[in-house]
Design a protein around this ligand. Structure first.
Ligand SMILES: C[S@@+](CC[C@H](N)C(=O)[O-])C[C@H]1O[C@@H](n2cnc3c(N)ncnc32)[C@H](O)[C@@H]1O
Length: 276
């Protein structure tokens, strides 16, 4: 079954956005999501901490962009269910007029996003599949909030590992097509699953085999496509990579007192680049 056919609100199909919500301690999940998330936890016990480390990375990146880089427009694709410290909350805390467009291909995610954003004229949640980047950027709601002739921050966090290189339009082409439409001085933030150092037998596909089996019967309908540090760096070809480069997410500009012990156990690499 194609991923699109599994989306929507069928509560018997584990939904990756709701599984992630469960790991983050959220309440927008059903029994099938919790069971699938627990199966992964049994194989990868650090999955919960890993989701939290990824969210903390997103918050630090957005705060840096809004506070230090002067960015006031954000496009967050593969946004996920609303959670604590959403992008618009972090950005608008720094700059109350910051504009944020969330996009996700999951109608449940978009519905929750719309409910949360009701009454916030500077943020929107739109339906869009990252594999069709031009459609997302042409979306009238996005265009009414984001002026692409000015720098924006494009956030692709925790989503590109759901695009495998077997797709006709591989993840690299998607990122190139998105960034090609952005103005100079825009930023690209990526976080990405990486199985490096994971305690599993080598298999023909990257990642953890138990987790991949769960993802195959979930809404994404295929394995989580782990990429190496070099492969994640490739998303930033043509960008100026900001220090500290492509690192485990806890290592990306940790706040004072931030825990960076065993950063590789986050299983997420992250980086921020600037378009020249
Ligand atoms: C793990 S969540 C990441 C949420 C958030 N970006 C973060 O980093 O915390 C992954 C999200 O990507 C979305 N997603 C997966 N494939 C997608 C696609 N082809 N187009 C748009 N969104 C997608 C899922 O629906 C889910 O909400």
């Amino acid at each position: 079954m194609a991923a699109e056919d599994r989306l929507g609100i069928d509560p018997s199909v584990p939904n990756v956005a709701r599984m992630y919500d469960y790991w983050l301690g959220g309440v927008h999940n059903f029994a099938a999501d919790r069971q699938a998330a627990e199966e992964i936890l049994a194989a990868v016990p650090e999955a919960r901490a890993s989701a939290a480390a990824n969210r903390a990375f997103v918050r630090r990146v957005v705060r840096f962009l809004a506070a230090d880089a002067g960015i006031s427009q954000f496009i967050d694709i593969g946004a996920g269910l609303p959670t604590q410290g959403n992008v618009h909350e972090v950005a608008q805390e720094v700059n109350p007029v910051a504009r944020v467009v969330y996009a996700d291909y999951d109608p449940v995610v978009v519905a929750h996003g719309r409910a949360l954003l009701m009454g916030n004229p500077s943020a929107a949640s739109i339906l869009g599949d990252v594999r069709r980047p031009e459609e997302i950027l042409a979306n009238p709601e996005l265009r009414s909030l984001a002026d692409l002739s000015q720098p924006v921050a494009l956030l692709l966090t925790g989503v590109l590992h759901f695009i495998d290189d077997a797709d006709a339009d591989g993840a690299y082409s998607i990122v190139r097509r998105l960034t090609a439409s952005l103005s100079p001085g825009s930023y690209l933030a990526v976080s990405h699953g990486c199985a490096e150092g994971m305690n599993t037998e080598p298999t023909s596909e990257p990642g953890n085999p138990v987790a991949n089996a769960v993802f195959r019967r979930s809404t994404v309908a295929h394995a989580l496509w782990s990429r190496s540090r070099a492969e994640v760096s490739r998303f930033f070809v043509g960008c100026e990579l900001l220090a500290p480069g492509v690192v485990w997410v806890p290592e990306w500009r940790p706040e004072s007192g931030g825990d960076v012990t065993n950063p590789g156990r986050s299983h997420f690499l992250g980086a921020l680049g600037r378009l020249p």
